[in-house]
Design a protein around this ligand. Structure first.
Ligand code: DQA
Length: 144
């Protein structure tokens, strides 16, 4: 069984109410429920964490390094700013899949660059909740 650490970054706890024109009306609980259902189908175990703080996300990655086989992460705004999260992913050496609800490449120029992408196996964006579901499939594929 693959162990997948799912990390949601800042402000994703507000999904459902937050800029629905950009992120839709699906809540984080609903995303997590869909991930759990798919994980059963794929035979994966999930640990799901949401944090607003950059250092807290680094701590979550480090503290799950021995348990996880792969990381599924939506770093949210830290995608575009965080050397620390990038370094944490590189340091633990686990395959990581970067996901975004929105297509960051169609949005403001400051969202086009990801500090995470160079240390991720790949990036999936623009498909709403399906970005997460496709990302979970990709993460599991790296564990088989
Ligand atoms: C996001 C895109 C980021 O640019 C933004 O800061 C977010 C959410 C997404 O899932 O589309 O908070 O990661």
């Amino acid at each position: 069984m693959a162990n997948i650490l799912v990390v949601h970054g800042p402000n994703l706890n507000l999904l459902g109410k937050r800029e629905p024109g950009v992120y839709g009306v699906v809540t984080l609980d609903e995303i997590n429920e869909q991930l759990r259902l798919l994980a059963v189908e794929l035979g994966a175990a999930l640990r799901i964490e949401q944090r607003n703080g950059e250092g807290e996300i680094v701590d979550i990655i480090q503290s799950n390094a021995d348990w996880a086989d792969a990381i599924l992460i939506n770093p949210a705004a830290y995608t575009h700013t965080s050397v620390a999260i990038r370094d944490a992913i590189a340091a633990v050496g686990l395959p990581a899949v970067e996901v975004h609800l929105s297509n960051i490449h169609q949005r403001e120029p400051f969202r086009h660059h990801s500090y995470i992408a160079p240390v991720a196996r790949g990036q999936i964006c623009g498909f709403g909740v399906n970005s997460y579901l496709l990302g979970l499939r990709a993460a599991c594929a790296y564990c088989s």
